[in-house]
Write a protein that binds this ligand. Structure first.
Ligand code: ANZ
Ligand code: ZN
Length: 808
């Protein structure tokens, strides 16, 4: 019989489903629980090869863990709300719900063809009321603790998607989804106070097994900065302007202050400002710019002096001018800076342009400074700084800060770049925010017993523009009664950012059907935190940060007993087209998994994805490579013909050793996500078996057990064909015999012209090349061969090497 994947794969997929072997109990006797999770997909269309790359090798890992004796939970579901589904629905002219469920149905089938061990009985879909009821419940918990609040703030607004976006969704000033230029718009919004957790989010990173690059991205995003807040008095007024600086050592070099256009001092001291009208014009002008334009390095820094008011430098009582410039951002620090043109290049250019004074206060410790050609930005030794002169920068920062603290004119502070998470979306396809506005009582929470606030099925779900959700058009939805006074009131019509839905989904898999709680404590304890999480690196500062935030909040509220949701994290790389370019329809280099599946079957595609390169890197798709993998499986299949049917096994020591070495290698490789080298080890073993005229059934079964996580269908087929009644996945992962993997050591005799000159210890199977290299480098040997012509080298493997040199 020939290898026919099309026949066996469907058969086993059905069999596994029928026998429910992947249904995971919360507790299995004698087994430890292991929660293995892959990021759930958007149901936005077909399963592409990138999905396969995420799901297939991770299923290898999950199956491996299962065979190792763990009770493995490997669930799947759909991140079903959100813009992508909605935009696509608009494009195709059908309702987002219809469109989403149609895709889910399709993707379920495609996901099944991977042959993964998903426990489908735990499937979750975030747009189901029994799921988003708990998303809304989460919102209410945050609201109760003042971690959800409403504010009128300038928001990133995408004119094409007609919605507000989170900072994380704005990539280089453009909408992540549609690439349109994002503009600033002031709208009342709901926000989550993630900034309250900035320090916890930083600290937790030290405890988790995540790729270093991802930790660095989160650290930078949180952007902790330690420095000093310094207060500059405004003469003849009771007002001060606090600034945030990391360079208190440069305080004597401050020649002016700059405030952000949104700074409240401008309105507060409006009557004193003599050029108020011009200042106002400047502010209006800057409103047209995006934040990116404002801080862009290339754009010239604009600004205007605020005439009529001054500031006092607290260390030397000098009076300095105050400017307004839009390169200073209102959200960071205090929204105002002290400008030190001699030591900050941005200030330097600004001072040059506007003819402001420049005072040098730092000299390099060693080497030279390019000042006054440009700012000297490094630490050094203080000059022109009164009693602080001659201190080095670090010491001076401390001393100057202390000096200010004593006089109540400054203090040590910490700033974070992280901003609160804007979660309102003026879009239809999301979980409604469970809040009600009453003219009399103000904002009121929907009572928990009234959850979920159902998303009504409305016809016209397209965005309205005007910064309002399409839900605002549905009277039935909007008009309600106040939970407090029972009078007429209106529902909030914004929906939640889909990242809210995915910030807690990993908890729900533990108890997906629970109607009383988002998950029972007992089940949470059984499964969480997630042991291994796998998904794209592009989620580093969004989903992966939000999930950590939610976990910490829920822990603090007493719902969880752990602080970090994902103990280990791995990222998959990207698969490129056969031409080495990013896959895209326009380039015509897209590899369609369905086609590959039809030609080669799931096992081959799975192994090829494991084999194509390091998992965290990916690489170009190679049509010859997948062909080779297919041949490999055929060869494994054909090895059946070599099985020795006699009961008296001849022990083939060499093969036995290789089998054990392979067990060791494959075990360690899969554990460390080195799927590619695990496959090569199996290929080597297969080749060796092919060389034998006969192989024992024991060795062959070991080979297919090792192959089982990668190629579950063929392995199951072979396993059961060879007389087993139960699934191979109920077996145990083989263990190697340590005595058999040890390299054997022998003494290699080194002769020169037939006379023994040295003896060295080497591995028994040392190659001729390696043996030569070692022999030539021995000191004793060198004495006999140096300066002489080597005629030939005779190598007797494992025994001796004889170097023949010319003799005089
Ligand atoms: C004076 C100074 C002198 C500064 C010098 C730097 C060099 P990080 O490290 O990113 O925290 N800054 C503070 N608030 C700002 C705002 N809202 N918008 C724009 N810039 C702001 O950077 C801290 C520095 O960024 C601060 O230290 C301040 O400039 C500027 F030789 O103060 B510095
Ligand atoms: Zn009321």
């Amino acid at each position: 019989m020939n290898y026919n994947p099309q026949e066996i794969e469907g058969k086993w997929q059905k069999n596994w489903e029928r026998t429910k072997i992947y249904k995971v109990p919360d507790k299995a006797r004698g087994k430890k629980n292991f929660y293995h999770l892959v990021m759930f997909p958007y149901p936005s269309g077909d399963l592409h090869i990138g999905h396969w790359f995420n799901f297939a090798p991770t299923d290898v890992y999950a199956r491996f863990k299962r065979l190792q004796g763990f009770n493995v939970l490997s669930p799947i579901g759909f991140d079903a709300f959100g813009l992508p589904a909605e935009n696509a629905a608009i494009q195709h002219g059908i309702h987002p719900k219809t469109w989403t469920y149609r895709n889910i149905k399709r993707m379920r089938k495609q996901l099944r063809s991977i042959g993964a061990i998903y426990d489908w009985s735990r499937e979750i879909i975030t747009c189901e009321p029994n799921y988003y009821k708990w998303t809304q419940w989460m919102f209410l918990q945050l609201y109760k603790k003042s971690l959800a609040y409403r504010a009128k703030i300038p928001a990133n607004f995408c004119p094409s998607c007609k919605t507000v976006l989170a900072n994380e969704q704005v990539i280089e000033g453009k909408c992540e989804r549609c690439d349109s230029q994002v503009i600033q718009k002031e709208i009342e919004q709901w926000l989550f106070k993630i900034t309250a957790y900035a320090e916890d989010l930083l600290k937790g990173l030290d405890e988790i097994d995540w790729p270093e690059i991802t930790k660095i991205m989160q650290r930078n995003w949180i952007g902790k900065s330690e420095g000093t807040e310094i207060k500059f008095q405004i003469p003849n007024s009771k007002f001060q302007i606090p600034v945030f600086t990391t360079r208190a050592d440069t305080l004597f070099g401050t020649t002016y202050l700059v405030v952000a256009p949104e700074h409240q001092i401008i309105e507060t001291l409006k009557d004193k400002i003599v050029n108020y009208k011009f200042v106002k014009d400047y502010i209006e002008e800057s409103k047209k710019k995006t934040e990116r334009e404002r801080i862009s390095e290339i754009k010239e820094k604009t600004g205007i002096e605020i005439k009529g008011i001054k500031a006092i430098n607290p260390v030397n009582n000098r009076e300095i001018p105050i400017w307004v410039a839009d390169y200073v951002l209102i959200h960071y620090g205090t929204g105002a800076i002290m400008a030190v043109p001699a030591h900050d290049q941005r200030d330097f250019l600004f001072a040059k342009k506007h003819g402001l004074p420049i005072i040098e206060v730092i000299k390099p410790k060693t080497g030279t400074s390019l000042f006054p050609e440009k700012a000297f930005e490094e630490d050094g030794i203080l000059i022109n700084s009164g009693v602080f002169s001659e201190l080095d920068s670090a010491k001076a920062r401390e001393e100057i800060t202390k000096y200010l603290e004593k006089r109540n004119l400054g203090k040590k502070t910490v700033c974070y770049k992280l901003r609160d998470w804007l979660i309102s979306r003026q879009r239809y396809w999301g979980a409604p925010i469970p809040m009600i506005f009453c003219q009399k009582c103000g904002w009121q929470q929907v009572k928990e017993k009234d959850l979920p606030v159902l998303l009504p099925k409305i016809r016209d779900f397209r965005p309205t523009g005007e910064g309002k959700s399409p839900l605002a058009k549905s009277k039935n939805f909007v008009e309600t009664t106040c939970p407090k006074c029972n009078g007429p009131a209106q529902r909030e019509t914004d929906t939640m950012d889909t990242f809210v839905c995915s910030s807690w989904y990993f908890l729900r898999y533990a108890d997906p059907k629970n109607e009383k709680k988002f998950a029972s404590k007992k089940k949470l304890r059984a499964w969480l935190p997630v042991n291994m999480y796998v998904g794209g690196a592009e989620h580093a500062v969004m989903h992966l940060l939000y999930s950590r935030f939610f976990t910490k909040v829920l822990k603090d509220f007493g719902y969880l007993d752990f602080y970090e949701p994902f103990l280990s994290l791995r990222h998959q790389g990207t698969i490129l087209g056969p031409d080495g370019q990013k896959m895209s329809k326009s380039r015509g280099n897209v590899v369609d998994p369905e086609e590959q599946l039809k030609t080669y079957g799931s096992d081959t595609v799975r192994i090829y994805l494991c084999f194509m390169g390091p998992y965290n890197q990916g690489g170009p798709w190679n049509p010859k490579g997948i062909e080779g993998v297919y041949r490999f499986l055929k060869r494994v299949w054909n090895l059946q013909g070599k099985i020795l049917n006699s009961k008296f096994e001849i022990r083939n020591q060499k093969l036995e050793k290789l089998v054990h070495k392979t067990i060791k290698k494959v075990t360690e490789d899969i554990e460390n996500f080195r799927f590619n080298t695990a496959v090569s080890a199996l290929m080597i073993l297969t080749k060796e078996m092919e060389k034998q005229s006969e192989i024992s059934i024991k060795d062959y079964l070991l080979l297919i057990t090792l192959l089982a996580p990668m190629a579950p269908h063929i392995s199951e087929e072979l396993w059961q064909n060879l007389g087993h009644k139960k699934s191979i996945f109920l077996e145990k992962w083989p263990e190697y015999d340590p005595t058999l993997v040890r390299e054997e050591i022998v003494t290699l005799i080194i002769q020169v012209n037939g006379r023994v000159r040295d003896k060295i210890e080497v591995e028994a199977d040392i190659s001729e090349e390696k043996a030569k290299e070692l022999a030539f480098s021995q000191k004793k040997v060198k004495n006999w061969i140096e300066g002489k012509e080597i005629k030939k080298v005779i190598f007797v493997p494992g025994k001796l090497i004889n170097i023949v040199v010319e003799e005089h």
